[in-house]
Design a protein around this ligand. Structure first.
Ligand SMILES: *Cc1c(COP(=O)(O)O)cnc(C)c1O
Length: 394
C-alpha cells in the first residue's frame, strides 16, 4: 500500500496487513519463535547480513508479527521504519542509548516520565553520561544549556503529570544547527494527533501500552524513526536483547485497528469532564493542553490535531491530603492505578514537587485523570460524589 497518500483512519485499518502472504487471513498471525531454520548456508548468511531488515533470523531479532506492527506504526507516523520493543520505557531507553556514550551530555525536560528520569540519573550517569534537566517551557532558550559535548536533547510533549506542551520546532532548530539528536515521547497524543518526525525530531517514541494496545493488558513500546535514525536505534535494541513478544505485538496490532475511534471518544469525554471540573470551586487549575490554562496551549493549537483522555487538575491549596484520599477512596468508576490509555477511567494523586529539580512546582494537590469510555454523565456523577466526600473531610 502506498502509505504516504492515505489518511490516518485508512492506515489504521490497512497498514501492516498482508493477507495474501497468510492464506488470506485478515490479521497477521502470531509466530512464536526462537530458532528460525534456514534451507541452506547461503540463505543463513544472507539473513545474517540483513539483520537490521525485517527478515527472520532468530526470535530475538524479531518475528513477522513484530515486523507487521513496526510497519503499521511507521506508516501511521509517516516515518521510515519503526523498532518495537517490550515496553514503552524500553523504547525511551533505546532512543537515548542510540546516541549517547561516556563523556556526553544530555538535556532532559523536568516534566519527563518518572522512569526515564530514573534511567537517566541512574543508568546513564553510572555509564559516564552527564544529565541536565531543563524547564520544559524553555523553547529556543535551550541554546544556553548546550555544551560542546551535548549529544541528545530529549523531549516529552505534553509532559508527564503536569502537561507542559513544548515548543518543539524551536528546540529542534537549536539541536539541528549543532548536530544534536532529538527524541520525543509522543505517547499522550500518539501519531494520530501529533507527528514529531514531520517537525524534524529524529526519533518519535510511543508507549504502545497506552492507546495503541488500549485494553490495559499488554506492554509495548515503539520507536519510530526517520531513515537516518533507524540503524542506530535498531542496533541499540538488538544489543540490549530487546524485542516485542509475538502475542503482545498481535494485541498491539488488534488495538491499533480501533485506535482512531477510541482516541476520538476519549478526547470528547475528557473535554466534557475537564469543562465540568473547571467550573468546580475545589479546582485551582486545569492542566489540559486543549485549555488556555495549560502551559504551552498555544503550541498545542499550532502543532497538534487533537487531544487525548489524560489530563490533570490542581485543587485549592487549603484542601488537606485526608480530604483528597476521602474523595479517591470512594470512587466507583475511576480506578486507582498506574498506566492509562485503556478503555477504563483512572485517577492518581502524584506530587510533582517531590520529583522536580530544574523548576519549582508550586500548586495545590494534583489529581491526574484518565477519562475512559464509560458514559460521561456517570463519570461526572462519580466525581461529584467524590467532591461531596472531599468537602465533608476538609
Ligand atoms: C507509560 C509511559 C511510558 C512507559 O510505557 P510502559 O509501557 O509503561 O513502559 C513512557 N512514556 C510515557 C509518557 C508514559 O505515560
Amino acid at each position: 500500500m502506498k502509505s504516504k497518500s492515505k489518511k490516518p483512519d485508512t492506515l489504521l485499518t490497512h497498514a501492516g496487513r498482508h493477507p495474501e502472504q497468510n492464506h488470506g487471513v485478515v490479521n497477521p498471525p502470531v509466530y512464536h519463535a526462537s530458532t528460525i531454520l534456514h534451507p541452506d548456508v547461503a540463505d543463513m548468511e544472507a539473513s545474517e547480513a540483513k539483520r537490521l531488515e525485517p527478515v527472520t533470523l532468530y526470535g530475538r531479532t524479531g518475528t513477522p508479527t513484530q515486523f507487521a506492527l513496526e510497519e503499521a506504526m511507521a506508516a501511521l507516523e509517516g516515518g521510515d521504519r519503526a523498532v518495537a520493543v517490550c515496553s514503552g520505557a524500553a523504547a525511551c531507553y533505546v532512543a537515548l542509548l542510540a546516541y549517547l556514550k561516556a563523556g556526553d551530555h544530555a538535556l532532559i525536560p523536568d516534566s519527563v516520565y518518572g522512569p526515564v528520569r530514573a534511567f537517566a540519573t541512574g543508568f546513564l550517569t553510572r555509564f559516564g553520561v552527564a544529565i541536565e534537566f531543563y524547564d520544559p517551557m524553555i523553547g529556543a532558550g535551550i541554546a544556553a544549556l548546550v555544551k560542546p559535548n551535548t549529544k541528545a536533547i530529549y523531549l516529552e510533549s505534553p509532559g508527564s503529570i503536569t502537561f507542559e506542551v513544548q515548543d518543539v520546532p524551536a528546540i529542534v532548530a537549536v539541536a539541528k544547527a549543532r548536530g544534536i539528536a532529538t527524541m520525543l515521547d509522543n505517547t499522550w497524543a500518539s501519531p494520530l494527533f501529533f507527528k514529531p518526525l514531520a517537525l524534524g525530531v529524529d526519533v518519535s517514541i510511543v508507549a504502545g501500552t497506552k492507546y495503541i494496545v488500549g485494553h490495559s493488558d499488554a506492554m509495548m513500546g515503539i520507536a519510530i524513526c526517520a531513515e537516518h535514525s533507524f540503524a542506530a536505534v535498531k542496533r541499540s535494541a538488538q544489543q540490549l536483547g530487546y524485542h516485542a513478544a509475538p502475542d503482545d505485538s498481535y494485541l498491539a496490532l488488534r488495538g491499533l485497528r480501533t485506535a482512531g475511534v477510541r482516541l476520538r471518544a476519549h478526547e470528547k469525554a475528557a473535554l466534557a469532564v475537564a469543562r465540568w471540573l473547571k467550573a468546580r470551586p475545589e479546582i485551582e487549575r486545569l492542566l489540559h493542553p486543549a485549555f488556555p490554562d495549560c502551559p504551552g496551549h498555544e503550541f498545542w493549537r499550532r502543532d497538534f490535531s487533537g487531544s487525548s483522555g489524560l489530563f490533570s487538575v490542581t485543587l485549592q491549596r487549603d484542601i488537606p491530603k485526608r480530604a483528597v484520599s476521602a474523595m479517591l477512596d470512594g470512587l466507583e468508576l475511576f480506578g486507582l492505578g498506574y498506566s492509562w490509555g485503556g478503555f477504563e477511567s483512572l485517577i492518581v494523586p502524584p506530587d510533582p514537587a517531590r520529583i522536580r529539580t530544574a523548576t519549582k512546582w508550586d500548586a495545590g494537590p494534583l489529581l491526574r485523570l484518565h477519562v475512559g469510555l464509560e458514559d460521561t454523565d456517570d463519570l461526572i456523577a462519580d466525581l461529584e460524589r467524590g467532591f461531596d466526600r472531599l468537602n465533608k473531610a476538609r
